[in-house]
Design a protein around this ligand. Structure first.
Ligand code: NAI
Ligand code: AKG
Length: 526
């Protein structure tokens, strides 16, 4: 079998593949056209962040069984297309955490003391001591957006530098942060108080352009920004403007919306900006870890069918998977939906498997549910292998129970989420033993197919409200393909789930929120 490696990979990883008897085609830096050619005859593909595995590339891969990412982020892989073709996508979550955190600190120091600019000046034969006046880090406030693996290490190190550390992460409990000496605050407070802001979240719908014009306006004058996470999280045009206005004193960027970044990019014309070419994970140590680990995972999968760290397939045998697949799908959807409607940080998940489900092997089903629950916040950092571990790491208690008793259904998954703002209950079943159905949300009975772009609406049950919701969505050119209503006639409340042809825009959601009979609107991706 052949494995194509289209980004640079440490020799130790290549050796593991060769030793296992696989033919290694090592061609870092292929153009998309060349990649289409090369991929057509290989069973395995190993990449880093440089290769874009698009729908078209996947369509050209006639024999491909596995895509391995030597690193964490999988935003360069079209996972739905891989799913369609039954290609396993795996990564090495956490293998480069320390290196990315250290790179963040390197950028923090370099920016505070203008080291890259001073270095360039000295090399030009200049001795501009006044021009490169820096600022101390001691006593300054560091605001961390995203307190996950990298954010936590950056926080620990910054505290040793005697910085005051604030963090914003809606999915972390204040207790978890305060034990480490980190103050968990709202995003607005972080903007108001931080002298330095560093981003460590994945790129999601919520974090796309999180640092935009409005966000910069709320920050302290003279703030410094670091992005060592993902390019799209900062609106680059807004950052450019904020620097010109003097609001932002400096920015250190390891990542850009479009990589490789063009030399003509307006941000690169500004002295206040320092940049590195996505080097967060580029250390000898991290590259050895991720190369060795992904090579072992790809070998185990291609030669023995063992799946590890897959983001799109649970680690169970192919036969068991056939039987369990619909249940896993239901379970993951319930997890995804619960996470998106729950408010605040999750503290406990209580899962009860009822009726026929109580007789199944529930461990993979729980893993699928917890994966669904965490993936809106952790994206590809959570998979069918590490889901429970990642929940524990975040102090989320997972409780499982089974009962042969059923209510009106032959099988039911009932999930109660305890979060900082209360409790959320979601129940689901399989229709015709195959199709997932959500049958209860917080006491409201429904019969909803949880799939694709949806809207969750909680509203007053009175004549005309549903019509108004339809009109608003129509105004925003959003087509409703399915509608499910759960009523509580006593309290005159409704829960509505709408399936839409596309994701609702922020403007559409804001218009719905303005309706006085609408109490809550949440977009869902299922
Ligand atoms: N520059 C580079 O070479 C590297 C970049 N990365 C990137 O760094 C980022 C962070 O990685 P890890 O710490 O390993 O991830 P992680 O999954 O451990 O932590 C991410 C944190 O972001 C939080 N989060 C999610 N949505 C949020 C939101 N809307 N607002 C605030 N917080 C939110 C999550 O709750 C989680 O605690 C990822 O984007 C990853 O791809 C990772 C390694 C190397
Ligand atoms: O492979 C690389 O160099 C980039 C690492 C990265 O961005 C990640 O693991 O998310």
């Amino acid at each position: 079998m052949k494995v194509l490696i289209s980004d640079s990979l440490s020799e130790e990883g290549l050796e593991i593949l060769r030793q296992a008897g696989l033919e290694v085609i090592y061609k870092p830096g292929l153009s998309p056209e060349e990649l289409k050619q090369e991929i057509s005859e290989v069973e395995g593909l190993i990449i880093r962040s440089g290769t874009k595995v698009t729908k078209e590339i996947i369509a050209s891969a006639k024999k491909l069984k596995v895509i391995g990412r030597a690193g964490t982020g999988l935003d360069n892989v079209d996972i739905p297309s891989a799913n369609e073709r039954g290609i396993v996508v795996m990564n090495v979550p956490g293998g480069n955490t320390l290196s990315a955190a250290e790179h963040t600190l390197a950028l923090l120091f370099a920016m505070a003391r203008k080291i890259p600019q001073a270095n360039a000046s000295v090399r030009k034969g200049l001795w501009e001591r006044k021009k490169f006046m820096g600022v101390e880090l001691n006593g300054k406030v560091l605001g961390i957006i995203g307190l996950g693996r990298i954010g936590n290490i950056v926080a620990e190190r910054a505290l040793c530098l005697k910085m005051q550390v604030l963090a914003y992460d809606p999915f972390v409990t204040p207790d978890h942060a305060s034990k480490k000496g980190i103050e968990l605050v709202s995003l607005d407070e972080l903007y108001k108080r931080a002298d330095f802001i560093t981003i460590h979240t994945p790129l999601t719908k919520e974090t796309h352009h999180l640092l935009n014009k409005e966000a910069f306006a709320k920050m302290k004058k003279g703030v410094y920004i670091i992005n060592c996470a993902r390019g799209g999280i900062i609106d680059e045009e807004a950052l450019h403007e904020a620097i010109l206005l003097g609001k932002v004193a400096g920015a250190a960027l390891d990542v850009f919306e479009k990589e490789p970044v063009s030399v003509d990019h307006p941000l690169l014309k500004l002295d206040q900006v320092i940049a590195t070419p996505h080097l967060g994970a580029s250390t000898v140590e991290a590259q050895k870890v991720v190369a060795v680990e992904i090579a072992k995972q790809v070998v185990d999968f291609l030669l023995s069918g063992i799946v590890r760290n897959a983001v799109n397939v649970p680690s169970i045998s192919a036969e068991a998977l056939k039987v369990l697949q619909p249940v896993l799908n239901l379970s993951e959807k319930i997890g995804l939906l619960s996470a998106q409607i729950a408010e605040g940080a999750i503290e406990e998940v209580e899962i009860t498997y009822k009726g026929e489900l109580a007789r199944l092997e529930i461990k993979p089903v729980t893993l699928a549910l917890v994966k669904g629950l965490l993936s809106p916040f952790l994206k590809e950092d959570v998979n069918y292998v590490n889901a429970l571990f990642r929940a524990k790491e975040r102090n989320i208690k997972v409780v499982e129970a089974t009962t042969e008793e059923t209510e009106d259904f032959t099988s039911l998954i009932s999930v109660k989420i305890k979060h900082t703002q209360g409790e959320t209950l979601v129940e689901g079943t399989l229709f015709g033993k195959k199709e997932p159905r959500v049958v209860r949300i917080n006491g409201f009975r429904l019969d909803a197919l949880p799939e694709g772009h949806m809207l969750y609406i909680f509203n007053e049950d009175k004549p005309g409200v549903i019509g108004k919701i339809g009109t608003i969505l129509g105004k925003h050119r959003l087509n409703i393909s399915r509608m499910y209503v759960g009523q509580d006639p006593m309290k005159k409340r409704n829960v509505i789930l709408l399936s839409l042809d596309q994701s609702p825009t922020r403007e559409a959601i804001a218009d719905l929120e303005k309706e006085e009979s609408v109490y809550l609107v949440k977009p869902l991706e299922l």
